[in-house]
Design a protein around this ligand. Structure first.
Ligand code: FES
Length: 166
């Protein structure tokens, strides 16, 4: 297989020996980005979520939350991925991370990066106020429907999501 390039957290990474069956999740974790977790490995729990930049149909791009356990690495050639490690900046939490931290939404921490990713996708969704199922402040709580919490402590996570509306 020819070489691939995937941009991760703003840094292009060349891949010379990608196996067709290597998942994006395993590749990221093997490369040291262990924020994304393997929970179910079949697209049910969202622990492996990452942001992928996709065309928005208007000539620009949008960030979508994608379950990295379901994506084969070769399919990511030329694409841009943002992991939980790339959400904030050194010394500065992203607003999503901040709200999860101050409201106690991180709990055991295993599902947290996935929730942060899905919240960030909703945070940046351009038409955030246009659809149904919105909270009063414009954050669509259903954007977190693909993320499971094993601690069953959804209330602080929900509180963090509500606080993100503007
Ligand atoms: Fe559960 Fe990917 S590991 S959705």
């Amino acid at each position: 297989m020819e070489g691939l390039t995937v941009t991760v957290n703003g840094q292009p990474r060349g891949i010379q020996d990608a196996k067709p069956h290597t998942t994006l999740l395993n590749w990221l974790r093997d490369g040291g980005l262990t924020g994304c977790k393997e929970g179910c490995a079949e697209g049910e729990c969202g622990a492996c979520a990452v942001l992928v930049s996709r065309p928005d149909g208007r000539g620009g791009t949008r960030l979508e939350s994608v379950n990295a356990c379901l994506v084969m690495l070769p399919a990511m050639n030329g694409q841009e991925v943002i992991t939980a490690e790339g959400i904030g900046s050194p010394g500065h939490l992203h607003p999503v991370q901040h709200e999860m931290a101050v409201r106690g939404g991180s709990q055991c921490g295993y599902c947290t990066p996935g929730f942060v990713i899905s919240m960030a996708a909703e945070y940046y969704r351009p038409e955030r106020r246009d659809g149904e199922h919105h909270t009063p402040n414009g954050f669509d709580i259903h954007s977190l429907s693909g993320n499971l919490c094993r601690c069953t402590g959804y209330r602080p996570i929900q509180d963090a999501a509500h606080a993100l509306g503007t």
